[in-house]
Design a binder for this molecule. Sequence first.
Ligand code: ZN
Ligand code: ZN
Length: 83
Amino acid sequence: MANFVCVRCGNRWSMKPDKDGLFNGYGCPPCPKCGDSGVDENDYGEFQCLECGNIFRKYGNGGLTFGYLPKCPICHGNSRIHE
Ligand SMILES: [Zn+2]
Ligand SMILES: [Zn+2]
């Protein structure tokens, strides 16, 4: 079983890989709810907002957005990697 999380709606689900190690033909299957791309549940980054201190997680690509640190979902301030 592999666990996925949807980057858009936050839906979580589990799937069994087929004989090729794929999920319905995908490496990362689309979300069964909204159809956006799912990512491996373990592929995330944890960040802290520099403005309001909010700690949040972003899934996919180590949590980076196009290779950059993501913005705070509350105040849209800059973030740093939370350790
Ligand atoms: Zn979704
Ligand atoms: Zn913030």
